[in-house]
Write a protein that binds this ligand. Structure first.
Ligand SMILES: Cc1cc2nc3c(=O)[nH]c(=O)nc-3n(C[C@H](O)[C@H](O)[C@H](O)COP(=O)(O)OP(=O)(O)OC[C@H]3O[C@@H](n4cnc5c(N)ncnc54)[C@H](O)[C@@H]3O)c2cc1C
Length: 411
């Protein structure tokens, strides 16, 4: 699969996948048929473009519902809402992300001081555990920057319950290599597999299941011998009470009358889905892809994120007829704004995660001066308040959310 970090490539992938996105997706999406040059046939592989904001959740939903109608597209639509749900959930419990980051530091320190653990970790990440399926996925992740959803679930389950490695080390391994690495989907999915997201309900990988859904791979079904057949879900002492959402109001032209800059970042690299009510006088691009981990981000993952922002800046500058400038790490933002006479900055919402961690300290001063105008999509604004507990709260509202967003499939 060619993950070219441009909006055009994301739209081309969406167009190629569209015929499959209805009932065929619902019937075949569980199969992990392995990587193919032209992309897997049964799943969209749109996640890298969606995470980077090169294409938007809304336009993907619109295209799929228009092609198949809301009923036949139901399964695919629900998956896109999982992405929005996880974002909204983490937004209401940001301490999960903070604790993940500090516990990861502790897990890495433990690893550094324990030879036995280091060996087990090296065997897992280098694909040398002797569990064929796990080893194949460890290589596939590092070679391609992508894993099928089921493979991610099985891999995480084997990591936690069979290899008994710390889940934070596994989540970090994913973040460093996934081209679609996403703080909300990744952290909360690892917690879901572990039995921490839905307390006491964990996911145990089974060899028969793996063989069944990998039977279509070119080398045949993957074996997974010696998996833990029983295991207790993980537990934790801390609780994560829900914090009320404090969402920005919809942005109007009146908010952007003075010369303003549009700030594109790793989760909003393109202007097309932002529905800006006025044209910026400057486009600023900030990529902080390496902030996802204290370790080294893989070159494909880093390159995708950087090129997505660089390309997005160039396209926005051309569309608005204004200059574009890169805001590099460690560089103060104020001189860039002063040089261009910029009063305000339009900021696509920075969700909880490393992009916010990396950018918000520098943006805090602007915020205090009331010079930040935050843009949040209508779909996120409507969905996030429903992401209070389990996915069910969102799932049962999907029809209404689509109708409210005007995504009806008619015309
Ligand atoms: C342990 C683990 C870690 C994960 N880490 C990430 C991550 O870092 N980034 C990421 O984008 N997804 C992550 N996922 C979710 C899911 O595996 C991927 O979104 C999906 O496999 C991407 O492939 P696709 O685009 O072909 O999905 P499709 O099946 O074609 O689905 C369409 C879109 O819906 C969204 N989606 C689908 N399934 C899920 C899901 N279970 N949770 C959230 N969103 C979903 C994605 O944006 C995806 O592009 C993780 C899942 C697990 C179990």
């Amino acid at each position: 699969m060619d993950f070219t970090p441009t909006r055009q490539a994301g739209l081309a992938r969406l167009a190629a996948f569209l015929p499959v996105a209805g009932r065929r997706y619902a019937e075949t999406r569980n199969a992990d048929d392995g990587p193919a040059e032209e992309g897997r046939g049964n799943v969209s592989q749109l996640s890298p473009w969606l995470h980077a904001g090169l294409i938007g959740d809304r336009e993907v939903l619109e295209a799929v519902v228009a092609a198949h109608g809301p009923r036949a597209a139901e399964k695919f639509v629900a998956e896109v809402f999982w992405r929005i749900y996880f974002k909204g959930y983490l937004e209401q419990r940001p301490a999960i992300w903070c604790d993940y980051r500090s516990d990861l530091e502790s897990a890495l320190a433990l690893l550094a001081g324990n030879g036995g653990l280091r060996t087990a970790y090296a065997e897992a990440t280098e694909g040398r555990t002797g569990i064929e399926a796990f080893d194949v996925w460890a290589h596939e992740l590092q070679d391609t920057g992508y894993l099928h959803n089921h493979a991610r679930m099985w891999f995480a389950s084997i990591w936690i319950f069979t290899l008994k490695l710390d889940w934070r080390l596994g989540a970090d391994f994913f973040l460093r290599h996934l081209i679609d690495a996403d703080a909300a989907s990744n952290t909360l999915s690892w917690r879901w597999v572990a039995g921490l997201h839905t307390k006491g309900k964990h996911y145990l990988a089974r060899a028969e299941n793996i063989a069944r859904y990998t039977a279509g791979r070119s080398g045949g079904a993957l074996a997974a011998e010696g998996l833990a057949e029983e295991a207790e879900p993980l537990s934790e002492t801390q609780d994560y009470p829900r914090r009320p959402l404090d969402l920005p109001p919809p942005v109007t032209a009146a908010d952007l009358t003075a010369p303003f800059a549009l700030l594109l970042h790793d989760e909003a690299a393109h202007h097309a889905s932002l529905a800006l009510p006025a044209s910026p006088a400057l486009v600023i691009g900030a990529s902080r892809a390496a902030a996802r981990s204290p370790g080294t981000t893989s070159e494909p993952a880093r390159a995708f994120a950087h090129a997505a922002v660089a390309g997005g800046m160039a396209e926005a500058a051309a569309a608005y007829g204004c200059p574009a400038v890169a805001w590099h790490e460690g560089e103060p933002l104020a001189p860039l704004l002063e040089a261009a006479g910029i009063a305000r900055v339009a900021l696509p919402f920075l969700p909880t995660g490393w992009t916010r961690d990396a950018l918000s300290p520098d943006l805090a001063a602007l915020d205090r001066q009331d010079r930040l105008v935050t843009i949040l999509s209508d779909l996120d604004r409507a969905t996030w308040p429903l992401a209070k507990a389990g996915f069910f709260g969102v799932a049962k509202a999907i029809d209404g959310l689509l109708a409210e967003a005007g995504i009806t499939g008619a015309g």
